[in-house]
Design a protein around this ligand. Structure first.
Ligand code: FPP
Length: 236
């Protein structure tokens, strides 16, 4: 572990935009889906490392509502990887007491049935676990999530809404907001990720492509976060 990492000041909730799989693959003359496959290897290590670091919530952006615009082959490749992920990782996730939540409209008609079946197994077999809360944002969009909350509040006939009641209608109900959002691959946008929850998040950017994002790179990002001065609109 890095000496400059302060384990007493770890964020409770880390969110990650796993970007750069396509460019990683292209640079190697590989197919984009091979980049996503390599990305899953990184993800496995980052989930493991989050547990070592004592992170309580880890949220990753796996598939956005905008990602449907990608070529059919790539989309179906990503959903096949979801099935593969559950096959290969479920045992270890259970042994490590990890609880998996899916954020997003994953039960939608557009999501392939075999992926939905795998996700159901993943959620139900980990729901009583009490260790790391691992959130996978899948068919997720921040604006769609806000509209889902508005729709539910209207249906309830709510005539007054506080931030707390609103947040209770988001996919992240009951969870703390992410203190830090990491984006790999040198892009510096939030891309409709955790639109409500990111209000006070520190954004940490790294040029590293997601398949090259190692536990050490992860620690560097957290060190960068720990250097920031978080004032939440107040002053010292
Ligand atoms: C971003 O790279 C990556 C994605 C949009 C997909 C990531 C999905 C997976 C790794 C599989 C998800 C499965 C589970 C179970 C978490 P990009 O394709 O946007 O890269 P580019 O910007 O270089 O083109």
């Amino acid at each position: 572990m890095r000496e400059d990492l302060d384990l007493t000041r770890m964020p409770q909730h880390v969110a990650i935009i796993m970007d750069g799989n396509g460019r990683w693959a292209k640079e190697r003359g590989m197919l984009r889906v091979q980049g996503h496959r390599a990305g899953l290897e990184s993800l496995r290590e980052i989930v493991r490392h989050s547990q070592r670091l004592g992170v309580k919530y880890l949220t990753v952006y796996a598939f956005s509502t905008e990602n449907w615009k990608r070529p059919k082959d790539e989309v179906s490749g990503i959903f096949k990887l979801v099935v593969k992920y559950v096959q290969t990782e479920l045992k270890e996730l259970c042994e490590n007491n990890v609880r998996v939540n899916i954020l997003g409209n994953w039960d939608d008609l557009s999501v392939p049935q075999e992926s939905k079946d795998s996700l159901k197994v993943l959620i139900s077999s980990t729901e009583n676990n009490t260790g790391l809360n691992f959130n996978i944002a899948l068919n997720y969009g921040g604006r769609a999530e806000i509209l889902k909350a508005v729709g539910e509040l209207l249906a309830e006939g709510a005539d007054q809404v506080s931030e707390e009641t609103f947040a209770a209608h988001l996919y992240t109900a009951g969870m703390p907001d992410p203190e830090v959002i990491i984006r790999t691959s040198g892009e510096n946008r939030l891309s409709n990720f955790l639109t409500w929850q990111s209000a006070y998040s520190e954004i940490v950017l790294t040029p590293v492509y997601w398949p090259d994002f190692t536990p050490d790179e992860y620690e560097k990002c957290i060190v960068e976060f720990q250097k920031r001065d978080r004032r939440f609109g107040g002053h010292k």
